[in-house]
Ligand binder design. Structure first.
Ligand SMILES: O=P(O)(O)OC[C@H]1O[C@H](O)[C@H](O)[C@@H](O)[C@@H]1O
Length: 529
């Protein structure tokens, strides 16, 4: 791509946006009876309707041309081949290799990484089987009935989401809990409830340097030491890409499960970070989750652009954020088990594409990642949908609902599906009330609809991989590096300084703005009480 080619393709998309300024989606449907069918895709078990978007064929063609001009095919090949596309950190982003069952080698620094991946998968399966079967027990010989994952961000959301989404498949014999943040209350509450002899802690941290996780580890370790006469080590397993740091904290070699540095934290569910899910759901189920993701990988690699689900979703994300100026996107699963999906995608998309400079550090002059937000769609109807329907801003919505047989509680699922479809229809068609302006819904608000035939490990894997690849696609079009997250570091550094100052230590060179200095003083007094 030359900058001129990219800029010319960008201008073509901008012209399409201008042309569509007053377009009504209902007119697009009226002009093309095949629109719904043409813009609905079936991929890896996901049935996805993309027809309710502010997009005609010419605009779609312009977006596809922009993807070509941004060299999306070349970047996609580089992603899967393990090229160091995370240029600011000089490493590949090879989450796809974690679920690739093909025999072809993938070389990183001249070494095939596949045998290492296979070994890690065996280790995950062995540990999960050992805990589930009672082959691995606590210091007093008792089976583990509770596993506590201490981890945050990417070392939390993925396994927590998988366990909630697939709760029907989870063993009732082992309770899996997560403690993520450094707020003392959740860990204290959990420690008060757990039976120490039957509790296994997973200390999950790619870097093994994340303060929240290390604080929680130290507290859990101190608690267990006070409770058990001996054998505390048997109750802790480190999951990390930095085994040296785990060893430095006293973890023995066989108490550490490692995964490679080239797995990004927010892409790490498929690695040993998935252990809580593998223990709760079983190794076979975990393997099926990876199979589903691999099916989406193959689709993303090989489907023609106009029929490529993650690619089209990524284009729509760029279309709305950069060309229409829509500042947020709502994820609305009508499924209690997918309660955490918006948060998971928040980290995935906003840490990946929430950037203001391009890969080379040059400032960007267009908006990139919108705010991702959302929650359970049915609860949302009674909480924030008012703003979706009548607020002044357009917020592209993404609905998801499972259309499995209505047998759990007769009528409930039918009603749930009806409500989900109704909301997308209402956003599209709106409601005219000439004499009652406060009742008028403008409509013409875009949405995507995902129908899933149920919730299985394969479908969940495909869904999450779809979000990964759409995020990658939009990142390539925005020309950002989706695999670093330097923006999260500044706050951590400042917190280190403030923590010492709150503890009464002087920190040479520390200077604060007047507001922070005053707050520090107030808080210091109160913390000391
Ligand atoms: O797994 P860890 O190294 O403990 O990192 C946990 C999380 O913290 C960081 O600050 C990053 O923003 C996340 O991308 C990461 O997932």
């Amino acid at each position: 791509m030359t900058p001129a080619q990219f800029s010319s393709a960008w201008q073509t998309v901008a012209a399409a946006r201008t042309r569509l300024a007053g377009c009504r989606m209902t007119d697009l449907f009226a002009a093309d009876p095949q629109r719904a069918a043409r813009l609905t895709l079936d991929v890896a078990g996901l049935h996805v309707d993309l027809s309710k978007h502010l997009l005609d064929d010419a605009a779609l063609a312009a977006l596809l041309a922009l993807a070509e001009a941004a060299e999306l095919p070349r970047w996609r090949t580089a992603l899967f081949a393990g090229e160091p596309i995370n240029n600011s950190e000089g490493r590949p982003a090879l989450h796809t290799a974690l679920r690739d069952a093909s025999p072809e080698p993938i070389l990183v620094n001249g070494q095939d990484i596949k045998p290492g991946v296979a070994a890690m998968r065996r280790q995950i399966a062995d540990l999960a089987d050992a805990v589930r079967s009672g082959r691995r027990v606590g210091a007093s010989g008792q089976r583990f009935t509770r596993v506590v994952n201490l981890g945050i961000g990417g070392s939390y959301w993925g396994p927590a989401l998988a366990l909630e989404a697939l709760h029907e498949l989870a063993t009732p014999d082992i309770r899996i809990d997560f403690v993520s943040n450094v707020d003392p209350a959740p860990l204290k509450r959990l420690l008060a409830q757990c039976e120490p002899e039957r509790t296994l802690f997973l200390v999950s941290s790619k870097s093994f340097g994340t303060t929240e996780t290390l604080y929680n580890y130290q507290a859990a370790r101190a608690f267990m030491t006070g409770q058990l006469a001996e054998g505390v080590d048997r109750h802790f397993v480190a999951v990390t890409a930095s085994p040296d740091k785990a060893r430095a904290l006293g973890f023995a070699h066989d108490a550490i499960v490692t995964f490679p540095e080239w797995v990004g934290g927010r892409y790490s569910l498929w690695s040993a970070i998935g252990l809580p899910a593998a223990i709760g759901l079983g190794a076979q189920c975990f393997a099926q989750l990876l199979e589903g993701a691999a099916a989406m990988d193959r689709h993303f690699l090989s489907a023609p652009p106009a029929h490529n689900l993650p690619l089209l979703l990524g284009l729509l994300d760029v279309w709305y954020a950069s060309f229409w100026g829509f500042g947020s996107r709502a994820l609305l699963p009508y499924d209690q088990g997918l309660r955490l999906l918006p948060t998971y995608v928040q980290q995935l998309a906003m840490e990946s594409d929430g950037k203001g400079v391009d890969r080379d550090g040059q400032p960007l002059d267009y908006p990139t990642c919108p705010v991702i937000w959302g929650g359970n769609g049915n609860d949302g109807e009674h909480t924030f949908y008012q703003l979706l329907h009548q607020g002044p801003a357009t917020i592209p919505a993404e609905f998801l609902v499972c259309t499995r047989p209505d047998v759990e509680l007769p009528g409930h699922r039918q009603r749930l599906v009806a409500q989900c479809l109704a909301q997308a229809e209402a956003l599209l068609t709106g409601f005219d009330a000439p004499d009652k302006p406060h009742a008028r819904c403008p409509g013409n608000r875009p949405s995507t609809m995902f129908l899933l035939p149920g919730m299985t490990p394969q479908l969940l894997g495909a869904l999450l991989a779809c979000h990964e690849h759409r995020t990658f696609t939009s990142g390539v079009l925005w020309r950002v590096n989706p695999f670093d997250q330097f923006g999260v570091e500044l706050g951590k550094r400042l917190a280190g300084t403030l923590e010492r100052e709150l503890g009464g230590q002087g920190v040479p060179g520390a200077a604060h703005d007047a507001s922070t200095a005053a707050l520090l003083d107030s808080a210091r007094g109160r913390l000391g009480d």
